[in-house]
Design a binder for this molecule. Structure first.
Ligand SMILES: CNCc1ccc(Oc2cccnc2)o1
Length: 393
């Protein structure tokens, strides 16, 4: 299709030139030159130059435009027990609180297409009330998450704004079915995927994430996560706010071949014990609540807590709430990422036992560093350099 486009553009350019420019009569083989002067008021802007070219030749490529070249900053508010973090997103002028998920790549919302029995007390998006919504006819999506929840539906595009950063023609996925976990999670009106676009589930044509569309035009092709325990945190797009962390950022290369923010952890330590263990693969996942690790590391950790046991009824490791819970340190290159014990006593079960922030990753071959880990680190998701940066807060 691009080839045919170029041919059309070449022909159009020729015709335009022939029609528009005056025919200059001059003797054969004469030469002349015109002295150019630069326009002092001209400010170089690649996006605008490209948009002008597209407009001139009528190329209606799905060029997304980013209104702000600086970026955006949005508050991430924890639900009870820090179960998930919700951020306001404006779609076609309608604002919904969505769960930003660096472990998936679909932007989907509760909508007028969601069965009314499932809409319950959710905020829903109504494409009919958006002047900028366009249906992608016949496009569908279907996703399932690590906790067994899931959703599916149809697709369109609209103008999406996050913290002052606007992307036009962003794929917005409308839920026509959602699992019970979402129906009852009434503060959560959908997800905004921040993993890599090769994980997007839209068919027949995979769609780009909000961040993939916005990133290349930002001052820095990054977003950062500063999640907090029991208080609002933030996601920043396009810049790194050095006031949000201590010391220097420690970068590690990312393998995005599976679509995740995946990297290597080089070892671990429990409490003030020695760092040991084999290196292992992990993903940075803001959409997962806990810190999910290999069973051997989980057993080693809970062997340090005398009352700890793996409870079937609770669905994981629990211990007496009165216990002193050790820190966990993950060695990432030269950086020792400490998760304080205070974050590893995750929640109360109501019977004097507490639920651990560290649980099994279910043997799926990589660890999932969810919110329990990300609350303790300022994290830079660097799309431009395909790397992650960590620093203590
Ligand atoms: C609480 N369950 C519903 C729900 C909220 C957010 C998500 O999405 C998830 C779940 C697990 C991992 N990644 C994303 O599911």
């Amino acid at each position: 299709m691009v080839y045919i486009g170029r041919l059309a553009v070449a022909v159009a350019a020729f015709l335009t030139a022939a029609e528009a420019s005056p025919i200059i009569q001059r003797p054969k083989n004469s030469t002349f030159s015109i002295q150019q002067i630069s326009n002092p008021n001209y400010k170089r802007n690649g996006t605008r130059a490209l948009q002008k070219a597209y407009a001139k030749y009528g190329i209606t490529k799905g060029l997304v435009s980013v209104q702000s070249s600086v970026g955006g900053d949005v508050t991430a508010t924890p639900e009870s027990d820090d179960n998930e973090y919700l951020c306001p997103v404006t779609i076609g002028g309608q604002t919904l609180n969505l769960d930003f998920d660096s472990g998936s790549s679909d932007l989907w919302v509760f909508s007028t297409s969601t069965p009314s029995s499932e809409q319950q007390s959710h905020t829903i998006y109504n494409p009919a009330k958006s002047s900028t919504f366009k249906e992608l006819n016949g496009f569908t999506w279907q996703i399932s998450y690590g906790d067994g929840s899931g959703a599916s539906g149809t697709v369109g595009t609209d103008t999406v704004t996050v913290g002052g950063l606007t992307v036009k023609n962003q794929a917005v996925e409308l839920a026509t079915a959602v699992s019970s976990e979402f129906v009852t999670d009434s503060a959560n009106n959908g997800l905004l995927g921040l993993a890599w676009s090769n994980l997007n589930t839209v068919e027949p044509t995979q769609q780009q994430t909000f961040f993939a569309n916005a990133g290349p035009q930002l001052q820095q092709n990054v977003f950062t996560a500063d999640l907090r325990h029991d208080q609002p945190g933030s996601y920043d797009f396009g810049f790194i706010d050095t006031s949000k962390f201590q010391g220097n950022l420690n970068y590690v290369p990312v393998d995005n071949s599976q679509g995740f923010w995946q990297f290597t952890v080089d070892g671990y330590a429990v409490g003030d014990g020695a760092t040991g263990g084999n290196s292992f693969s992990a993903i940075a996942d803001t959409g997962t609540t806990l810190l999910l690790l290999d069973d051997n590391i989980v057993s080693d950790y809970y062997s340090q807590i005398s009352s700890a046991q793996n409870s079937n009824s609770a669905g994981g490791f629990v211990f007496d709430c009165t216990e002193d819970v050790p820190d966990l340190t993950l060695q990432i290159g030269d950086y020792a990422a400490v998760v304080p014990g205070s974050l590893l006593n995750f929640s109360q079960n109501g019977d004097g036992t507490c639920f651990g922030g560290i649980q099994s990753d279910g043997g799926q071959g990589f660890a999932i560093l969810g919110d329990v880990f990300l609350k303790a680190q300022f994290t830079v998701f660097d799309q431009g350099n395909v790397q992650l940066g960590f620093a203590p807060k």
